[in-house]
Design a protein around this ligand. Structure first.
Ligand code: NAD
Length: 472
């Protein structure tokens, strides 16, 4: 049964700190009732999400088209189908995930037994972003619910159609006394961040990540920060060039037109190999998006005029605009920018120092492919590193010597689809991780429990500490 929603929250017109406080109070009441902790409640919510994903597929695709002109198939694969897998994983795994994990005890506690109990944290906050506005909202909710928490979602105001659809869907399918959506921008998020939460999962920029972490620190609230950065693709000459290039295009322009946290930000290759690589990229791009990619229906637009202006500024910077080897066309009215490749841009430019998050792809050349280690290691740790090579030694060397959130050899982006792999950044690209059981763990507290009986009570540890005891 679902408890009635506290009316006070809905009566207020503006969402301020006081309203946010009332909302948290209401959710805490639901959490403290113990309802969200039961296996049955969690399974019911998860199966409702699974049903919603089946029944509302069209609405979700429509909202994503309104927000980003995301092509239907891309929207289905990258947002709906991924959410379905995540939900299925939780439905199938939950029973096992909830089982306390037995651990060995030591002679000093004999006789005893010990276990690690996963308990829900309480009331958690999810703040999400606009590039995969559906998936990046629903996936953390799946994790929070699996772990038995009450949860508030704050979707991104920059994807308004998806944001308002999420309000409707959560109300229709989920227990509204324990799962809420608050729409809004900075004022609403600020009001939410002033509250005491038991965990915050934030997806977005490192700049706002710092604001979230500072607000969380006031209440000693733990955070998972899913941030971004400049994720490189290193292309060795020992590759199947056509396959490599297709996969790079898939991880750049066919992935929300470069507006993806794990999208390829820039390429590193050798001076000798660059002309071949560029030629292959040109050919395959034409295969993917035709001769006029500005009018292709298979490529998303730029999300907003602010993002469009930011990207145009990167492109028009001195020492950048004359380095374009493909593309460069922009259309402000349609918020479109053509797939654009740039070669050997000086390092002190803005495009080489901030996350591009759009369809511009610089290629950095080095004398030897091993030179890419210095290029990557001289920058903040990226969210993903992609390496294309048949050379086993080189693969090993990357895995051992480059630190990044994730690494993928001979492909792009697909590592997110493996539920057994934690997804998250390191250093500037974030902290903590989720996906699959890692989501459950991320939203749980691992409580240590030691069981002792009254029998076999040794006096050794009790005073008085006699000389006899000290000899032992
Ligand atoms: P953003 O940080 O501007 O916005 C994300 C969220 O923060 C939104 O919900 C927004 O309302 C809120 N927000 C914005 N400014 C705020 C403020 N001053 N105070 C409080 N809340 C505020 O991020 P963005 O530009 O929308 O997203 C782009 C970034 O997100 C890129 O760096 C990208 O790599 C990263 N990203 C990471 C992942 C991941 O899973 N690691 C996924 C997608 C995007």
């Amino acid at each position: 049964t679902v408890a009635p929603v506290v009316a006070e929250v809905e009566e207020k017109e503006t969402f301020d700190s006081e309203t946010a406080g009332l909302l948290v109070k209401e959710l805490r009441k639901s959490f403290n009732s113990g309802r969200t902790k039961s296996y049955e409640w969690r399974m019911l919510q998860l199966s409702n999400i699974a049903r919603m994903l089946d029944e509302k597929e069209k609405d979700i695709i429509e909202a994503l088209y309104k927000d980003l002109s995301k092509p239907e198939l891309e929207a289905f694969i990258s947002e709906i189908s991924t959410a379905k897998s995540s939900c299925k994983e939780a439905l199938e795994g939950l029973k096992q995930w909830m089982v306390p994990q037995k651990v060995k005890t030591s002679i000093s506690t004999y006789p005893s037994s010990a276990e690690i109990v996963s308990e829900p944290l309480g009331v958690v906050l999810v703040i999400s972003t606009w590039n995969f506005p559906f998936l990046l909202s629903i996936d953390p909710i799946i994790g929070a619910i699996s772990a038995g928490n009450a949860v508030v979602l704050k979707p991104s105001e920059i994807a308004p159609a998806t944001s308002s659809l999420l309000v409707q869907l959560v109300e229709e399918y989920l227990d509204s006394s324990a799962v809420k959506v608050v729409e809004g921008a900075i004022p609403e998020t600020t009001a939410l961040l002033e509250q005491r939460w038991d965990k915050i999962l934030y997806t977005g920029s490192a700049k706002v990540g710092r604001i979230v972490m500072a607000a969380a620190a006031k209440h000693l609230t733990p955070v998972i920060l899913e941030l971004g950065g400049k994720s490189p693709a290193v292309v060795d000459s020992d590759v199947d060039l056509q396959v490599a290039v297709r996969r790079i295009i898939a991880g750049k322009w066919a992935c929300n037109n470069g507006q993806a946290c794990i999208g390829v930000d820039y390429i590193i290759t050798t001076k000798d190999f660059a002309p071949k690589l560029i030629e292959a990229l040109k050919n395959e791009l034409e295969q993917f998006f035709g001769k006029d990619p500005m009018n292709s229906r298979d490529i998303s637009r730029i999300v907003s005029s602010t993002q469009f202006a930011r990207l145009v500024k990167l492109l028009e910077e001195d020492k950048v605009s004359d380095k374009i080897v493909l593309g460069g066309q922009t259309d402000e009215n349609q918020l479109k920018i053509a797939p654009t490749i740039l070669l050997d841009i000086p390092e002190d430019t803005q495009i080489m120092n901030e996350e591009i998050f759009g369809p511009l792809l610089p290629i950095v050349t080095v004398e030897k492919i091993e030179g890419s280690f210095d290029v990557i290691n001289s920058r903040p740790k990226p969210l993903a590193v992609y390496v294309f090579t048949n050379n086993e030694q080189l693969k090993k060397s990357f895995v051992e010597n480059i630190s990044s959130g994730g690494m993928l050899i001979n492909d792009t982006v697909l590592h997110v689809a493996v539920a057994g792999l934690p997804f998250g950044g390191v250093g500037e690209s974030g902290m903590g991780s989720y996906h699959g059981k890692f989501s459950f763990d991320g939203f749980s507290h691992k409580k240590s429990v030691l069981y002792r009986s009254f029998s076999g009570d040794s006096t050794l540890r009790y005073p008085p500490y006699t000389p006899e005891k000290q000899k032992l």
